[in-house]
Design a protein around this ligand. Structure first.
Ligand SMILES: NC(=O)c1ccc[n+]([C@@H]2O[C@H](COP(=O)([O-])OP(=O)(O)OC[C@H]3O[C@@H](n4cnc5c(N)ncnc54)[C@H](OP(=O)(O)O)[C@@H]3O)[C@@H](O)[C@H]2O)c1
Length: 321
């Protein structure tokens, strides 16, 4: 089979669309013939050497959708021929073997090309808002980088669950997208002081929940946007810039700073089945959709990586074999 692989860490020139043996499903795994596979910011970090993964050379991609072609030993509840979307290492390939507990059957009404870009952003946004963020109806939520893959889903879910959403992005185009997804207040955080706008929009109270993935000064200022007894979930560092949070911004203000990494959560800790049980009806009703920036052939993975790294995307880039 062919796959998007790296033999060394580096810039986009290390990406190869090359022949590699088709994986065999191990005990508890299923083999999927891939129809589509999303590119996530974690793939950019992995290619650069800043994200954990298997020994090199290795195949990129953390998610895929397609049909089950083989069941490993001990797998029940899934059948050969069934269409699934899945999370697992090596999705940017013609075939991927994933743990059966991370392969989720999806309804026929879902576009199979979009399905491969859904698991990471939908499950991340769900767990950020519900599992870690404990969002309640009526909360005001600040979603940083609202036009990112995760941000576009988080805006829609927060709105569907009754929140008021304030969001940020670096261009007017991205803010227009966020607005079209339901965001109530949009802020260009490269030209405006988002902290001042949030304070004004919340009568100086701050927001109940912040979802933060940019890091650096954006994280530092985001903490000061949190209301008393509110929460900030830090889940990424797309800027690559370190941040320092003074204790004085946390305890005297009764704020909670929470970390979240889906990929590094202990196995079984996150209830993904419950998540899909709540997410798929929202997708069916049109209350949440995947925003697709573009669909490219896997042979053009370098173009996809460049686009994400340049902050050019609105929503997700999807690769097809
Ligand atoms: N913890 C978890 O479990 C988990 C899971 C999935 C994703 N993540 C994290 O969530 C974030 C979004 O992921 P994604 O896959 O949705 O990514 P994405 O679509 O590529 O979005 C990343 C966003 O970060 C913003 N950004 C700010 N500075 C940047 C820079 N120097 N380079 C690139 N982007 C920059 C950009 O928005 P603007 O141009 O508007 O600033 C961009 O839209 C990433 O930090 C990722 O690592 C974490």
């Amino acid at each position: 089979m062919k796959a998007v692989r790296i033999h060394e860490f580096g810039d986009v020139n290390v990406l190869r669309w090359e022949e590699t043996p088709r994986p065999k499903p191990r005990t508890g795994q299923v083999l999927i013939k891939v129809e589509s596979s999303g590119v996530n910011y974690a793939d950019i970090m992995r290619r650069r050497g800043g994200y954990p993964g298997p020994d090199l050379p290795s195949t990129l991609g953390l998610e895929a959708a397609g049909s089950v072609v083989e069941l490993g030993e001990g797998v029940s509840g899934l059948t050969v021929g069934q269409r699934v979307m899945a999370m697992g290492q090596g999705g940017n390939a013609e075939f991927v073997a994933v743990n059966a507990s991370y392969a989720f059957p999806y309804p026929e009404t879902l576009n199979p090309v979009h399905a491969g870009g859904m698991p990471v952003v939908f499950l991340t946004a769900y767990h950020l808002l519900k599992t870690r963020g404990q969002m309640q109806k009526g909360d005001t939520v600040l979603v940083q980088a609202g036009a990112s893959g995760v941000g576009t889903v988080a805006i829609q879910l927060a709105k569907a669950w009754g929140a008021r959403v304030i969001t940020t992005a670096s261009t007017q185009d991205k803010l227009d997208l966020a607005r079209s997804l339901g965001a109530d207040v949009t802020i260009n955080y490269t030209t405006q002081d988002f902290e001042a706008v949030v304070q004004k929009e919340t009568d100086g109270q701050g927001v109940a929940l912040v979802l933060e993935c940019v890091g650096g000064p954006v994280l530092e200022k985001s903490v000061r946007c949190v209301a008393s007894y509110g929460r900030l979930v830090a889940y990424g560092n797309a800027s690559g810039t370190p941040a320092t949070i003074p204790a004085a911004d946390i305890f005297p203000a009764n704020r909670t700073v929470i970390g979240f990494s889906m990929g590094r959560s202990p196995a079984g800790r996150l209830d993904h089945k419950q998540a899909w049980a709540e997410l798929l009806p929202l997708v069916a009703k049109g209350q949440a959709k995947l925003v697709v920036d573009q669909v490219l052939p896997m042979s053009q993975a370098a173009k996809a990586h460049q686009h994400l790294a340049n902050r050019g995307t609105r929503g997700k880039v999807i690769l097809t074999p």
